[in-house]
Design a protein around this ligand. Structure first.
Ligand code: SME
Length: 201
């Protein structure tokens, strides 16, 4: 049975142990449950409580959650695409998903900021100091470092994991490895909305 104790982490737990618990609990919670809102909500809660159980810098995480591919996004515009009603289809975009932390930007275009870079390139962005990342979107001026991991299913970007921290160098290779494992689990464990945009061709 689902129980809040799943998000209790033992005192003195290591970062690897905390992430292992996140993955184990997420796997259990996703059993016979494939709704993406439901599963991303529980995954965000697990991540948040994991970080809060760890020493600095992890306990300085101030935002942990997801952006998903906005189903109203047009597909990437091929250079040959003819204008539709006088307009070329715009770029794909992310929309805010389940998270823990303060309110955040609702829409992020592919290619914009750290999240948009991860979405466009389908590669993890580990940013030790957000002031050194051109185009970083400062939803919260307190954020100083960030990691964004793409969630890719069948070569299609469906969502990203985004975690912010109030200190520089808040994340390292351990975060990267485990968040990439979580991204794989989440990608396989949810039914993702189909794009709503229908090409006129
Ligand atoms: N800083 C992100 C925007 C999202 S918030 O951090 C929640 C970015 O540059 O994409």
């Amino acid at each position: 049975m689902v129980h809040a104790d799943a998000s209790n982490f033992a005192a003195g737990v290591t970062k690897e142990e905390a992430y292992q618990q996140v993955l184990d609990q997420a796997e259990g919670l996703f059993y016979e449950q494939r709704n993406w809102v439901c599963n991303l909500s529980n995954a965000a809660a697990l991540l948040w409580h994991a970080y809060k159980s760890l020493p600095s810098p992890s306990n300085q995480v101030n935002w942990a959650g997801f952006y998903t591919l906005d189903p109203l996004s047009p597909p990437p515009p091929p250079t040959t695409t003819a204008p539709v009603n006088g307009k070329r289809p715009g770029p794909q975009q992310l929309i805010l998903g389940p998270f823990q932390g303060k309110v955040a930007c609702q829409i992020i275009a592919f290619g914009r900021g750290v999240c948009g870079a991860a979405a466009l390139t389908k590669t993890t962005q580990l940013v030790p100091d957000v002031e050194g990342f051109p185009g970083h979107i400062a939803c919260d001026g307190d954020s100083r470092s960030e990691i964004v991991v793409p969630i890719v299913v069948d070569d299609r970007l469906v969502a990203i994991i985004d975690v912010d921290c109030t200190v520089v160098n808040g994340f390292d290779g351990v975060d990267r490895v485990w968040l990439e494992r979580l991204a794989e689990l989440v990608g396989k464990g949810c039914d993702w909305p189909a794009p709503a945009f229908v090409s006129s061709t």
